[in-house]
Design a protein around this ligand. Structure first.
Ligand code: GDP
Length: 437
């Protein structure tokens, strides 16, 4: 059971009651505390927050409130938000070039994050260079190079060097020479905190004087994440935290207690392996997500990034003229995929997260559909009515699917077109609602 489900359970005891008494507030806060602790929130942090929540609940004289449950949810949400830092915080990219140092344990997602950050900054029109300073894992250099190629950002590496400090320094000199304004330094990690690694990152820090040091931590590691954060902070005095793998068994716990224990803001969250799966950290959104209100704002933002406005207008016009064809459908699928993992997206919709968590959908579910459409000729895509038995056989063969799958897709597409036609013929919003019911 996730923290979200647990808190929902706790609030249920308040629902339907017309009064919040001292007694049922105590029962609910206890449930909240247990849920927080179960989600790897440090016990002391959990106790502090629930104590404050109880005081607030009683203080605000909500005892005869009409909707005690909602009021209580709001108080908890505000507390969680405050606990996670209140405001979203940005990174410092001043300097010529500005140096961003990325540190963390092996496997935490440092290299992936370095690529994502480079891609994000590039989209903002900045000149970025990636520096590969993981000298122990040759594969790490290749991994960064592959990412760099994918996002169109140059990667500075010295595969034969065993001196991470000098690679970092050379990368900065190289950046200056070719006019790059930001250098992201991806460092080596170990499976656990160890002295050699710490010393090396410290040395890189004093040699390159980063404007921003980001500590990357895997949110799935729970209470360990807090301990690792504490150790890294003692040695590096980092500026911000990147919480990765929040797409997994998303434990809000790490976000809650890391901030409290190291007193440094979480700046980014990573929600998947794709380069797009990066969000700024907004404490209020995270609090809402933990409470099951869904991360609707992030969802909208991502949709805005992935969907091209002109393309949307074009598709809209085609729908209105009832000319939506398989090429358009394929284009739409690809745009949805650009938004990131389908399962992550569904998790952001309020109420869907827990309902859909056992459902087996991922981006691979689109593969057979894409393959089928790609095996159609241009004429067939524009006019699916052409597709008879022998064409179906050819398409199934070409796409490595079965005739049954081709039939299903054609049927669904047909239904979709009929639905669009119906919507076109209805003007009044009332009618629209009726059709959707
Ligand atoms: P590093 O050793 O710290 O550089 O870690 P990597 O960047 O190589 O990441 C380790 C593994 O975690 C890789 O398989 C990544 O694809 C994966 N990974 C990184 N970030 C995320 C994330 O946010 N979500 C998921 N599901 N996987 C991630």
């Amino acid at each position: 059971e996730s923290l979200q489900d647990k808190l929902n359970g706790a609030f249920r005891t308040l629902k339907g009651k017309d009064r919040i008494s001292d007694i049922n507030v105590a029962a609910t806060t206890k449930e909240v505390r247990r849920a927080l602790v179960d989600a790897d929130v440090n016990f002391k942090v959990a106790k502090d927050i629930t104590d404050r929540i109880r005081e607030k609940a009683l203080d605000r004289k909500i005892l005869i409130s009409v909707e005690p449950g909602q009021m209580f949810v709001k108080i908890v949400q505000e507390e969680l938000t405050e606990l996670m830092g209140g405001q979203a915080e940005s990174i410092n990219i001043k300097g010529d070039p500005a140096v961003i140092l990325i540190a963390g344990l092996q496997g935490s997602g440092k290299t992936t994050f370095s690529g994502k950050l480079a891609s994000l900054l590039k989209k903002q029109g900045r000149q970025v260079l990636l520096a590969a300073c993981d000298i122990y894992r040759p594969a790490a250099i290749d991994q960064l190079k592959v990412l760099g190629e994918q996002i169109g950002v140059e990667v500075y590496a010295e595969p034969d060097s065993k001196d991470a400090v000098s690679i970092a320094q050379n990368a900065i000199a190289h950046a200056r020479k070719i006019g790059k304004k930001i250098v992201i330094v991806d460092t080596a990690g170990r499976l656990a905190v160890d002295e050699v690694m710490m010393k090396e990152v410290e040395d890189i820090k004093s040699a390159v004087k980063p404007s921003e040091i980001l500590f990357v931590v895997d949110s799935m590691t729970g209470q360990d994440a807090v301990n690792t954060a504490r150790t890294f902070n003692q040695r590096l005095n980092f500026d911000g935290v990147v919480l990765t793998k929040l797409d997994g068994d998303s434990r809000g716990g790490a976000a809650l207690s890391i901030r409290q224990v190291v007193e440094k803001p979480i700046k980014y969250i990573s929600t998947g392996e794709k380069m797009e799966a990066l969000d700024s950290f907004y404490p209020d959104r995270m609090a809402s997500r933990i409470l099951g209100m869904g991360d609707v704002i992030s969802l909208v933002e991502r949709a805005q990034q992935a969907f091209d406005e002109d393309e949307a207008k074009r598709i809209n016009a085609k729908m209105r003229q009832n000319k939506f064809d398989f090429d358009d459908f394929l284009g739409q699928l690809q745009q949805i995929k650009k938004m990131g993992n389908v399962k992550d997206l569904i998790g952001m919709i309020p109420g869907m997260g827990s309902a859909m968590k056992d459902l087996d959908i991922d981006n691979d579910s689109f593969k057979p559909i894409e393959a089928i459409i790609q095996s159609m000729t241009k004429k067939e895509r524009e006019n699916p009515d052409l597709i008879d038995g022998s064409r179906k056989r050819r398409i199934a063969g070409g796409s490595g699917t079965s005739i049954q799958q081709v039939n299903n897709l054609l049927k669904q597409f047909d239904e979709m077109r009929r639905m669009m036609k119906k919507m076109n013929t209805m003007q009044a919003p009332g009618q629209m609602k009726k059709a959707l019911r």
